[in-house]
Design a protein around this ligand. Structure first.
Ligand SMILES: NC(=O)c1ccc[n+]([C@@H]2O[C@H](COP(=O)([O-])OP(=O)(O)OC[C@H]3O[C@@H](n4cnc5c(N)ncnc54)[C@H](OP(=O)(O)O)[C@@H]3O)[C@@H](O)[C@H]2O)c1
Length: 197
């Protein structure tokens, strides 16, 4: 599996740090060159142009929700790829999402992709504390997808990064617990939970 992240802002940096700590290669791309920023984070980060980064098997979106259409248009067909939605559509009126959970609305811009929501429920500064809590437990990362195999793949990645994956099921079911809606946050957003193995 190859991995890429689009956006190296607050949440993108927290996710990229987790890759760097485990020395897992991660292509990074944004609107401008990220060479210096990537180098600061770790040597397993590889700066790429957007069109090269999205060749990865798994593409993590760490951009403002409003930008997802632009990234989706960079490829005609996302068949065979997993797109990980780390965005929160906080403040986006539900009518603009056609009444759908934000991840289901975002998925329409990635035809053919298996879309998985993950890494969005914690504030960046909490995720950046890493996978192990001060109690020595593993910090939970929630996952939701309509595709079970894609959910399992992202769970395996989350586990490899050291976090405890917790799968919530389909986006329109358990996934609603981690979707911002209008000006409200769902119940599990901001819940910094941990698992003792
Ligand atoms: N901050 C949090 O605590 C947190 C936690 C969970 C989820 N989220 C969600 O994660 C997403 C990012 O939030 P953030 O706080 O990390 O924002 P941020 O710090 O502003 O970072 C956004 C990143 O996306 C890049 N970007 C913006 N438009 C782009 C485009 N068209 N193509 C490529 N890259 C683009 C930005 O590049 P430039 O620097 O060049 O503009 C920047 O690197 C949001 O959807 C947010 O709701 C945030």
């Amino acid at each position: 599996m190859s991995y890429a992240i689009i956006g190296l802002g607050k949440i993108g940096t927290a996710i990229a740090q987790a890759f760097a700590h485990r020395d897992i290669e991660l292509a990074v791309a944004g609107r401008r060159p990220l060479d210096a920023r990537a180098k600061q984070i770790g040597s397993s980060l590889v700066p790429r142009q957007l069109e090269d980064a999205i060749e990865a098997d798994v593409v993590i979106l760490a951009i403002p929700f409003a930008m997802h259409g632009e990234i989706g248009r960079a490829l005609e067909n996302w068949q065979g790829k997993i797109v990980v939605d780390a965005t929160n559509a906080f403040g986006v009126p539900p009518e603009e999402l056609g009444g759908l959970p934000s991840t289901a609305a975002l998925a329409r811009s990635f035809p053919g992709a298996k879309v998985v929501k993950a890494f969005n429920h914690l504030p960046a500064e909490v995720l950046a504390q890493g996978p192990t809590t001060h109690h020595g437990a593993r910090r939970v990362v929630f996952i939701s997808s309509d595709d079970e195999a894609a959910s399992d793949s992202v769970a395996a990645l989350v586990d490899r990064l050291g976090f405890a994956p917790v799968a919530l099921g389909k986006i329109d079911e358990g996934g609603r617990l981690i979707q911002a809606r209008g000006n409200t946050w769902a119940q599990l957003i901001f819940q910094d939970l941990a698992r003792f193995d």
